[in-house]
Design a protein around this ligand. Sequence first.
Ligand SMILES: *Cc1c(COP(=O)(O)O)cnc(C)c1O
Length: 429
Amino acid sequence: MPMSIAFENRLYPLLEEIVAHFGTPFHIYDEAGIRETGYRLKRCFCGTPGFREYYAVKALPNPAILAIMADMGFGFDCSSVAELVLSRRVGGSGEALMFTSNNTTRQEFAMAMADGGSIVNLDDISLVDKLPAIPDLICFRYNPGERRSGNAIIGTPVEAKYGVSHERLIEAYRTARDRGVKRFGLHTMLASNERDHTYMVQTAAMLLEQVDRISTALDIRFEFINIGGGLGIPYRPADIPLDLEAMARAITATFSAFSRRNGYMPKLYMESGRFMTGPHGALVATAINRKEIYRTYVGLDACMSALMRPGMYNAYHHITVPGKAVDATQVVDVVGSLCENNDKFAIQRPLPPIAEGDAVVIHDTGAHGHAMGFNYNGQLRPKELLLKLDGTVELIRRGERLGDYFASLSFTPDALHTKTRSTTHQLAN
Ligand SMILES: *Cc1c(COP(=O)(O)O)cnc(C)c1O
């Protein structure tokens, strides 16, 4: 079921008032739902001591949301300087931060290791020598190649740009150990939006096997394995949700078996983005136009700048029109105002008849929603709201204004008068 019934029940009675006060379009997030998912995750993995979720900041990089994660004891998975800065602002520091970048610059590594540092997760052996100093603790991202299949969003591991290959994994840890690294972790991230929990169980088992292999070869111990994110959510009403409890039971059993073999248990880390916040957000927009040509189009006051996933991945987002009966439906395309024909929130979707002025709710925008938005065609990104536990609705990011869009056109003039004379001035105009 997309977007929990509980969130609908909390949101819909307030919707008219919220729309009247803040105006559309906006993304709204549900603190109660986010916390429920967070506590469920912690409960499920209480059998692996030291379990920690490092929330994938890129999914919803808003300080108010990150503060909720910090309050639940979660760390942060960052892959850019901006994400590090955001996480540190809400109190994340040191080993509560995981810096998982790829194709990383030396400046980014310097930022990751400054200000209290972070766990540096390296994407390649060559990056060891690009760190400003040798850290105490290091992690490598593992790419199993043909040993595993990936999925549509992230691609198959053989074609993926990420990580250290199977053949060079031991060499990577040997290099780090020889440079003076004392503590070790192992990371991977293979799938995205995967609802088959057995895939994640296999990922945990695969990492523990690699831990066995590397430990034996190098006589080192691993403090943690990080199975990445990629836990899926049901975007379509018929989608079967991921069975988190079954996944946790099987992973815990694998950890217990490892512990019996080796006499210790590494900690389990995870870096979910979508699973933590995806279903706990919605994009609310108003229908502003309707037209009937070869198809019927319902135009909203939001566009791709607020939600890229349908246009970028052909992703399905469920849509409801609160207060309208579902029995009489009409097949329509729900569109934005961008001059791109893939600016469609829904294509040939049966929906209740939508009239101008109706509020339309696009579900499951709590991860990779607002965050992916862009400014093509001069379209501005909408505001973000938080429905708090006590029923208060708080503005947690204002909508962009034209001034934001034009901000980068205000700069110190600079021109290079090249030494080689160009011939282009001879061209006729
Ligand atoms: C994007 C990303 C995640 C989060 O992915 P979800 O599918 O949102 O869970 C976690 N780790 C890394 C390294 C990522 O790039």
